[in-house]
Design a protein around this ligand. Structure first.
Ligand code: 6CS
Length: 359
């Protein structure tokens, strides 16, 4: 076939354009066409392990994240949310992420407190604001956390892509905690964070590290006397059934981290990394609303559970002040005495918190 010069130019242009579009992975209308073989997104599946059960905040976070990733990649990338239990304890799960056995994990800093000393900053009492919106603002925007603390975790193969609150942490016990003296002689269950020993020692209590799946039995048998968790979790794990009181103390917040295995994350193609980062950023508002709703439902359910009556104690400002004074020396202890902590992170975060509280 003989083609005239103009037609031949047009045809080669179309072919070149098609090759270019195929290489870019688009279908010509600016949308990805969902065909994993088109070069946009290769087919992949990731596992996202959490420390909670279906219906609870962390699991629902992973499920929502999975839906969003699937939608953004037209089904090429599937994420499997995993509830707590199948892969061992919270500490086992953290190790699994570090070894690349799962790609993503929601992790509580308390369970790597022995490895990443700086992560213990979240367990200081009366250090963060009590207003949950302010807490979420600090967690989302803090350079000390999202840049400096992240680098500390990355030395251990864990990249925290975000930090978010699961709500204010409350105490449950059988004695009704209203002052530091009420802690005298009590044994409280904590996560694997050595700083918690100092924190509760300041009130006269002792601590015991346990996985949460052993906690109901421990409280029921009296092998531990008290525990701390956000209200939604106290209710969903049924701890209120084996404890007489819950103290709304606002002593700190339950911080969770969206983490990825560092080597895996660094090896992602740029377009995939972008989708992950964008989704993680969007999830901050989503999870804030989710935890707000779950904590409200949790307190309503505890109050409605007449078979297991629970006294809810709200500390007054004066009572909080007494706790604040008792907790204050532990801030300095953490900053000045805990080996391997980076004092600059503490100082920077303290300033960032003050800025948010002054707004
Ligand atoms: O107390 C714990 O260890 C558990 N608490 C919450 C809110 N989430 C998971 C965690 O393992």
């Amino acid at each position: 076939m003989i083609l005239n010069k103009r037609f031949s130019w047009t045809l080669s242009s179309i072919i070149a354009l098609s090759v270019l579009l195929a290489a870019c992975g688009g279908n010509g209308d600016g949308e990805s066409n969902g065909d994993a073989s088109n070069g946009d997104f290769a087919e992949e599946s990731w596992q996202f392990v959490t420390e909670e059960l279906q219906g609870e905040v962390q699991y629902e976070y992973a499920a929502e994240f999975a839906d969003r990733i699937s939608e953004k990649t037209d089904g090429a990338i599937t994420v499997e949310p995993l509830e707590f239990g199948a892969l061992g304890s919270e500490v086992d799960q953290a190790q699994l992420l570090q070894q690349g056995g799962v790609e993503l994990a929601v992790m509580s800093p308390g369970f790597t407190g022995n490895q990443v000393q700086d992560g213990q900053i979240f367990s200081l009492h009366y250090f963060f604001p009590s207003d949950q919106e302010q807490v979420q603002e600090v967690l989302t925007n803090s350079e000390a956390l999202n840049q400096d603390l992240r680098a500390k975790y990355e030395e251990h193969g864990i990249s925290p892509l975000s930090y978010w609150t699961e709500g204010a942490t409350a105490w449950s016990s059988n004695v009704g905690i209203e002052s530091p003296e009420d802690w005298s002689g009590l044994n409280i269950r904590v996560q694997e964070s050595p700083l918690m020993r100092e924190t509760y020692a300041a009130y006269g209590a002792t601590v015991q590290s346990l996985s949460w799946d052993e906690l109901y039995t421990a409280l029921d048998r009296g092998t531990v006397d008290a525990q701390e968790n956000p209200i939604f979790f106290i209710q969903s794990a049924s701890f209120h059934e084996v404890q007489d009181t819950v103290t709304v103390s606002n002593h700190n917040n339950y911080v969770a981290m969206t983490t990825v295995n560092t080597d895996w994350y660094n090896s992602l193609d740029d377009n995939v990394k972008e989708v992950v980062d964008e989704t993680v950023a969007e999830m901050q508002d989503w999870v804030f609303e989710e935890q707000t709703n779950q904590n409200q439902e949790g307190i309503d359910a505890i109050e409605a559970d007449t078979d297991n009556p629970t006294e809810i104690i709200e500390l007054t400002d004066e009572q909080i002040e007494v706790f604040r004074e008792a907790a204050e020396p532990v801030h300095q202890y953490y900053r000045d005495e805990v080996s391997d902590i980076d004092q600059d992170i503490f100082d920077k975060l303290q300033e960032e918190i003050a800025d948010v509280m002054d707004e």
